[in-house]
Design a protein around this ligand. Structure first.
Ligand code: V47
Length: 380
């Protein structure tokens, strides 16, 4: 039976017999779940019940709607000095395959897509120690010069920390200049797992969890929205995942600036953690569901199709997610780490996947303004 067909009463009955009655009661009453509830949901044997609870929340917020956008990814450099053990994308400056895109190359990539109805460019990259402050302003201006109406979602929190460092000024002062050059919002990457233990073992040269949170707060105070992520399925414990979700939720209570949560599934290939198995499809669905249930104040949960594979991204639309990301065009971070998904899909394909998953496709812009929806047009 489709989860969507389960009534609240039958979910409640199944939850009570599985020992999740109290949590289900809180979900139906719209009450915040505790950290202990989070651990229980991760450990609950009945994944589909957890999914049904998350689906209840998802449908309460978004009905049958599932969002996508027409976007383009640009990873402007793979040179990075952070040596994160989970990353297959990074290169040292003289290493084979290392690259930095000039503003002109970036403008060309934007121009190549002018015939497509792209509304967003998603720009993230490694932490290149030698790029100067003007480079970051120039790449924003290059994008806007090539396609003035496009929304630029760029720079994870660690990139913003680096930009402020090379500008030799506090981020509060730098952000208005980045906004003036074209920055429209920030992606959610680079949060990894906030716990200090995992940070020390896996990515000690990168920002700490607290620095990610403090930087995101500064971003939100400057009037920008951002997304947030958790990189799961490596060495973190369930308690550390719950801690991460709770800290995101507290940040959101404070700023209201987080619009979408994206659980990122660890892809082990070509990384220092290649011996780890990475999450299973069932782990991925649970991560979506627990994220939806714990993050009661973040409006959207994304099942990023590039990372999950299309069938799981579709299924996730009934386990708590309401967004599948976009057309992408060129993706490097996951493909270096063994992702076998295509690098690009066409808008019509995304629409069809969403319909096939039993949801109503809604094309959005980066800030979730509706660009197109099923009911509004007879053909796509
Ligand atoms: O910061 C790196 C992660 C992130 C691996 O905001 C890995 O809409 C898994 O930020 N296995 C970049 N994950 C991706 C990102 C993103 C993607 C989609 C949508 C949005 C959004 C943001 O990818 C990195 C890091 O956390 N990552 N290597 C890996 N081997």
């Amino acid at each position: 039976m489709s989860l969507g067909l389960l009534t609240s009463a039958s979910i409640m009955e199944r939850a009570t017999s599985a020992g999740l009655g109290e949590i289900a009661g809180k979900v139906f009453d719209g009450e915040r779940l505790s950290r202990e509830d989070g651990v229980t949901l991760y450990e609950a044997p009945d994944l589909h019940l957890v999914g049904a609870l998350a689906n209840h929340v998802r449908e309460g917020l978004h009905g049958d709607r599932a969002y996508f956008n027409v976007n383009q990814h640009i990873n402007y450099t793979n040179i990075c000095n952070k040596l994160c053990r989970f990353c297959a994308f990074q290169r040292l400056p003289k290493q084979e395959g290392a690259y930095v895109m000039s503003p002109e190359v970036i403008a060309e990539k934007i121009t190549e897509q002018l015939s497509e109805p792209v509304t967003e460019v998603h720009m993230v990259a490694g932490i290149h120690p030698k790029l100067d402050y003007d480079y970051y302003l120039d790449i924003l201006r290059a994008v806007k010069g090539a396609r003035p109406e496009i929304h630029i979602k760029a720079f994870t929190m660690i990139e913003l920390m680096q930009i402020a460092r090379v500008a030799r000024r506090p981020l509060e002062e730098v952000l208005p200049e980045l906004i003036e050059a074209g920055l429209g919002s920030c992606p959610g990457g680079g949060a990894e797992v906030f716990a200090d233990r995992v940070h020390l073992e896996g990515y000690h040269l990168k920002n700490t969890g607290q620095q990610w949170i403090d930087t995101a707060r500064t971003v939100h105070e400057a009037g920008l929205r951002s997304n947030c992520t958790m990189l799961h399925g490596h060495i973190e414990t369930i308690e550390e995942r719950v801690d991460h979700l709770d800290r995101l939720r507290l940040l959101q209570d404070e700023t209201g600036g987080l619009q979408t949560y994206i659980p990122l599934s660890f892809h082990p290939e070509n990384t220092e953690w290649a011996h780890l198995p990475g999450p299973t499809a069932l782990d991925e669905l649970r991560e979506i569901a627990v994220g939806r249930l714990m993050l009661d104040n973040i409006p959207h949960v994304k099942s990023y199709w590039i990372m999950l594979d299309i069938p799981i991204a579709q299924l996730a639309l009934s386990y708590g997610s309401d967004d599948v990301d976009g057309t992408v065009v060129e993706e490097r971070i996951y493909h270096e780490a063994g992702a076998t998904t295509p690098q690009e899909v066409k808008r019509a394909e995304l629409i069809q996947w969403i319909r096939d998953a039993g949801r109503t496709p809604v094309e959005r812009d980066t800030l979730y303004n509706v660009v197109w929806e099923e009911a509004a047009l007879a053909e796509v």
